[in-house]
Ligand binder design. Structure first.
Ligand code: FAD
Length: 345
């Protein structure tokens, strides 16, 4: 039976950054990453990839600050990688000035603005704050570039499903769909929205995480290089200028809970388009008609919105990493570091 030090289940942005962190901290460690599909084939493939330096809880703010610095360094080291810096305009009710100054990190350098961002009108009672420090990324491409760097130090097995998982005092045993059995001293479970897969359903259930659909519309109007991302903070929605793709993306909060990543439809419904257009009509009526296509998938959500990094078994060999509540790209570096900290105890 093959033996490794750590097996990471899931080759999305969380699993790949976790493998990178573990390998960087201990280059001699034998690590394998397993994914039933291809690299970044889950939530990471559909991600809008927006990072903004903010968090609703102290833990989320700490994760956001760590990831902010990490991605800044990654881009400095790899200027040609597809991470695109952006300014931000935050639109919110005037009364929320104090709440915004607590929620947004100092790296956002948020100040009260005087004019609405392009394409947006300010409804009565709302105001705008301008800032910086955001970026958006082509998440599958960044994941693949990170994986390319890792290959040789870390074994990455795509198209290999984990169908069985047990642990005891001697270690963990993984049964793979290929018929192979793998022994690992520790397991990192980074399954994205596949919380309910049979091998770990019962282990993960006590975390209280749930899976929610995420919907974003593509707005067929060309942004410019200078357009900021516009965050509608009261509604947890944003309008992202995807300059490299040549259109805007409008993300709003869809409330369809407890969906299954294996059976959900990745097509928009009329109800999604109507919901998104209603919100767009409030802030950017001129874009309403141009929002007719988009992307649909799902993500795992934790009870308080911050990522979960928790041991799942008595032997403390299996660590869950994820449930980043629709922010798994921007929290992934900090999640990976928290996993590495936990494994080093
Ligand atoms: C439409 C959309 C827009 C989003 N926009 C943003 C955004 O702007 N900013 C942001 O920060 N986040 C965003 N998110 C959320 C973010 O994309 C996710 O939180 C993040 O990609 C999760 O990454 P992950 O690696 O944890 O999970 P995933 O990318 O889902 O990876 C999990 C992997 O586990 C594998 N797996 C599952 N079961 C098994 C098994 N039995 N055996 C082996 N492998 C298995 C899957 O194949 C999958 O590849 C968005 C998500 C969606 C859907």
């Amino acid at each position: 039976m093959k033996r490794v030090d750590v097996a990471v289940i899931g080759a999305g942005i969380t699993g790949i950054l976790t493998a990178r962190e573990l390998s960087t901290r201990d280059p001699g460690r034998q690590i394998v990453v397993l994914d039933s599909a291809d690299l970044a084939g889950g939530a990471s493939r559909r991600s809008a990839g927006l990072h903004f330096p903010r968090g609703s809880t102290p833990r989320a703010r700490a994760f956001a600050a760590y990831s902010h610095d990490y991605y800044r360094r990654l881009l400095a080291d790899h200027p040609s990688w597809p991470l695109f810096p952006l300014d931000v305009s935050v639109v919110a009710h005037e009364s929320r000035a104090r709440a915004l100054s607590e929620k947004y990190l100092e790296q956002a350098r948020l100040v009260r603005g005087s004019t609405p961002p392009p394409l947006v009108g300010l409804p009565d009672g709302t105001a705008v704050w301008d800032g910086t420090g955001c970026h958006y990324a082509d998440v599958p491409a960044v994941t693949a570039l990170l994986a390319r760097q890792l290959r040789g130090q870390v074994e990455i097995r795509e198209g290999v499903e984990v169908v069985g998982l047990t642990s005891d005092a001697d270690g963990c045993t993984l049964v793979l769909g290929t018929g192979v059995t793998l022994h690992a001293d520790r397991i990192v479970l980074a399954p994205g929205p596949w919380l309910h897969a049979a091998p770990w359903r019962d282990l993960v259930a006590p975390l209280g995480a749930r899976v929610k659909k995420i919907v974003a519309l593509h707005v067929e109007q060309r942004p410019t290089d200078d357009d900021p991302v516009v965050v509608f903070d009261d509604e947890d929605a944003f309008l992202l200028p995807m300059v490299r793709r040549g259109h805007w993306l409008f993300s709003y909060t869809c409330q369809e809970w407890d969906v299954d990543p294996d059976t959900l439809s990745t097509s928009l419904t009329g109800a999604h388009v109507a919901e998104a257009r209603e919100l767009l009509h409030r802030y950017a009526p001129g874009l309403r008609a141009a929002a007719a296509s988009g992307r649909v998938f799902c993500d795992a959500y934790s009870p308080d919105g911050a990522p979960l990094v928790e041991t799942l078994d008595h032997e403390r060999r299996i660590v869950f990493a994820g449930a980043s509540s629709g922010s798994g790209y921007r929290f992934a570096p900090a999640t990976a570091a928290a996993v590495a900290d936990l494994l080093s105890r």
